[in-house]
Design a protein. Structure first.
Lengths: 184, 168
């Protein structure tokens, strides 16, 4: 499976949760597949999906799922020790690991070579790190939500993209409707 | 009352409950004070752009955030300030140690000091410069202004403000 196929499969699970979605194609795909006010689409700042999600999870009680990529986590690798040391049991970091920088033309990442993000997360002190195959992502994600324990999921999938339009929604509108969803 | 206590009192009085920090020698006292206050959730960051991400999330979760960092961080965070904090119109008070000013013992610090105000100006970030202790009397008004206009706002605090570096 490629990332967009995973997102399509887990969309019914994501719909009821607060979702912070990574910049570029992941946000565009989620926006096209199932746009929800409870989705925060990142239009800039590669790497900060996990940081925004953690800050949000630490500040209110609803479950927060940050959808990230292997390349984005590598960009902000310092996020993993911060997550490990500031446990929010309503936080799930879903790393869709396709071993490539999808939005920029599928250049290979180091996560697709020697570096194992699940091992990095564990070494940083993250306690519930689950590695799964693409087809099992939905099952693992639902189990993480139900566990009410902070969980890092690394879902291994194929690289590849679909053609789709950019998000033209105004960022202030994305933020405002998301904040309404947070409090509703 | 120490200047660090006064600063953190102003944060608390303005409802700031979520503060991320990246340390600087000049900021050690204020960071210690932040850590000590039960009203504040203190979350150290490994890098300042990460910290701004945390603050964005906290704001959307209903908490007023702030970041405490060194001025060298302006070089690290320009993209985040422009495409996250400003683009989504979020408030962010930034208490910044202004290294490389008068009384600075480390020459390299001057290299970013000479760019600091120019970069903040280029980003249209409202900027206040605390040079002597009484300048901090404006902090309460600066925080109210920040959360009124939903912008990142810089508060530069130089070595003279913090009473110098002691014996070097």
């Amino acid at each position: 499976m490629i990332r967009s196929e995973i997102l399509r499969e887990i969309a019914p699970i994501l719909r009821d949760q607060l979702v912070v979605c990574n910049i570029g194609l992941p946000s565009q795909e989620l926006h096209m597949i199932d746009d929800q006010p409870s989705n925060f689409y990142m239009l800039g700042t590669m790497g900060l999906s996990s940081s925004i999600g953690l800050g949000l999870a630490l500040s209110q009680d609803k479950t927060v799922i940050s959808i990230d990529g292997d390349g984005s986590v590598l960009t902000n690798l310092g996020t993993l020790p911060t997550i490990a040391n500031n446990v929010a049991d309503n936080f799930i970091l879903l790393i869709i690991d396709n071993g490539s920088y999808g939005s920029t033309g599928d250049q290979p990442t180091y996560a697709g070579k020697k570096t194992k993000l699940e091992a990095v997360a564990s070494a940083c002190g993250c306690e519930n790190v689950v590695t799964c195959q693409d087809v099992d992502t939905g099952k693992v994600l639902q189990a993480a939500i139900d566990s009410k324990k902070m969980t890092i999921i690394v879902s291994k999938c194929d690289s590849g993209n679909i053609k789709l339009p950019v998000i033209t929604m105004d960022p202030v509108e994305i933020r405002a409707r998301f904040m309404t969803a947070v409090t509703s | 009352m120490s200047i660090s206590s006064k600063i953190v009192d102003d944060f608390v009085a303005n409802g700031v409950e979520f503060i991320t920090t990246v340390p600087c020698k000049q900021l050690a006292g204020v960071i210690e004070e932040v850590e000590a206050r039960p009203e504040i959730f203190h979350i150290p960051s490994n890098k300042e752009d990460e910290g701004m991400g945390l603050c964005a999330g906290a704001f959307m979760g209903g908490k007023r955030p702030a970041i405490i960092m060194q001025n060298t961080a302006i070089g690290v965070t320009i993209n985040t300030l422009a495409t996250l904090t400003q683009y989504y119109r979020m408030p962010l008070p930034m208490l910044i140690s202004y290294r490389g000013e008068l009384r600075e013992p480390v020459a390299c610090q001057v290299e970013m000091a000479v760019h600091t105000k120019a970069l903040l100006n280029q980003l249209n970030i409202p900027t206040y410069h605390f040079h002597q202790e009484s300048d901090a009397d404006e902090l309460d008004a600066i925080l109210k202004y920040t959360f009124m206009c939903n912008k990142p706002v810089a508060i530069l605090t130089d070595a003279s403000f913090w009473g110098g570096y002691g014996d070097q």
